[in-house]
Design a protein around this ligand. Structure first.
Ligand SMILES: *Cc1c(COP(=O)(O)O)cnc(C)c1O
Length: 432
């Protein structure tokens, strides 16, 4: 292995820190938890990224999910070019938005109606406001380790003691906002039931990542999502599946289709924009009809339903709904995980496990696959950091944190996967 040249990335990072906090426009990009120099990228194609020094990487982040058909897919690029030539934004309705909404409804039937936004954060923020407006209640339940964008009332961790209200995890969030949020442990069915028994009449909504992807990948335990469904129904609370990450990533019908549970509202982002900024929230018609201009819950966006983003999204969604797409992606991802576990064992790294759902995956430096945030925190994060750099130096770009999931595209099949295996074989040896 030859040492990579990263001078240009380092120079850009130094320069960036003078005008951009931390040199990045979203915190995890700064390599804060793994250390080292964040790579600045100039180009992406298919499963590969190229940095500013010309190094090529197999990309296992895929822009945190959106690049599921591979970067710069010719059909997506063509759709974007055509849309762009017709004007970048009108601030008025278009045919494409209707087509996209119908496509989404046909694949996620629980989304009878929807609104497009420009990010996942906007979608979750709006869904929470809507749930409150619909129920006339204020309290929201979220789960430790789930991330729903940087919405004030959701940047909250558990307070001390059982069933206490949350504490802000960010400066600038008033404790009074956090006090409206109840934080429970992921997969803790008894905790959910106890909470509803005590506060059921005050709970506007439960928001959950139905497969968690922001504390690394954590699956819902058997019965967990079902319990959320039944408690919400009994109490008249709104069940929100935050499928910003999982929507069109675990399958063409989301986690809700995969596990056959209908939420009242769903939030989408990432893949739905095909790499352009877009999100959506939607669900039951009686709830969605509370949104302005037909209802009293205000929600708006200057660039919502942007024609270029809609074109990129539609082109991407049409590819992922082709027959066999998710079967192939799911199998490829599962095979990669199985292979990595074998290579870790062969190298003598005993505490290593892996899991995947559709085209998203988790690598854990722990003997067993985690089921909660506590388990992920207890994994060997120092060993992960060494593995991360050993892979990066060998041209494989993993998510720069033990708390992040990984993502493949359909174009990883064959040579790119072989390259990941080869790098991993050496990297496991190096860190064992
Ligand atoms: C990424 C993400 C968000 C936030 O979306 P942005 O587009 O970054 O605002 C919300 N929820 C989940 C589950 C996510 O993974």
């Amino acid at each position: 292995m030859t040492q990579q040249t990263i001078q240009t990335s380092q120079a850009l990072f130094d320069q960036a820190q003078k005008t951009i906090p931390g040199g990045v426009n979203s915190p995890v990009r700064a390599f804060g938890s793994v250390g080292g120099t964040p790579r600045f990228f100039t180009k992406a194609n298919g499963p590969y990224l190229w940095d500013a020094d010309g190094n090529r990487y197999v990309d296992t982040i895929c822009s945190w999910g959106p690049a599921i058909v591979g970067h710069a897919h010719p059909k997506v690029i063509e759709a974007v070019k055509q849309a762009a030539e017709g004007g970048l934004s009108f601030g008025a309705p278009t045919r494409g938005e209707v087509e996209l909404a119908e496509w989404v409804r046909d694949h996620l039937p629980s989304m009878e109606m929807m609104r497009l936004t420009s990010s996942g954060t906007e979608a979750t923020m709006s869904a929470i406001r809507l749930a409150r407006g619909f129920t006339g209640r204020n309290k929201v339940i979220k789960f430790e380790g789930c991330y729903h964008g940087h919405v004030d009332s959701l940047l909250v961790k558990a307070g001390s003691g059982l069933l206490t209200f949350g504490n802000p995890t960010s400066a600038g969030v008033p404790p009074s906002f956090a006090a409206e949020t109840i934080v429970l442990d992921y997969n803790d069915i008894a905790g959910v039931q106890a909470c509803f028994a005590e506060h059921g009449q005050d709970i506007a909504a439960v928001i959950v990542e139905p497969v968690a992807g922001n504390m690394n990948l954590v699956r819902p335990a058997p019965g967990f999502l079902e319990a959320l469904r039944s408690e919400c129904t009994k109490a008249g609370a709104v069940l929100i599946f935050d499928e910003v990450m999982t929507g069109f990533r675990v399958g063409a019908r989301g986690v809700q289709g995969l596990m056959n549970i209908q939420p009242d509202l769903t939030t989408l982002g990432k893949v739905i924009g095909g790499g352009m900024p877009m999100g959506a929230f939607g669900g039951r018609k009686d709830i969605m009809l509370k949104v302005a201009p037909v209802g009293p819950v205000y929600q708006a966006g200057t660039l919502s339903g942007n024609p270029v983003a809609v074109a990129a999204g539609l082109a991407t969604l049409k590819i992922v709904s082709e027959p066999g797409f998710f079967e192939t992606l799911t199998q490829m991802t599962a095979d990669l995980m199985q292979g990595l576990v074998q290579k870790a064992k062969a190298a003598g790294v005993q505490a290593f496990s892996a899991d995947s759902v559709g085209g998203m995956f988790g690598l854990y430096f722990s003997e067993q696959v985690p089921v909660s945030m506590g388990d992920v925190t207890n994994s060997n994060r120092e060993q992960f950091n060494r593995f991360f750099h050993a892979m990066l130096n060998r041209g494989v770009y993993l998510a720069p944190s033990a708390y992040e999931a990984g993502f493949l595209s359909i174009q990883h099949q064959g040579e790119p996967i072989a390259q990941i295996f080869k790098a991993a074989e050496e990297a496991f040896e190096e860190i064992a």
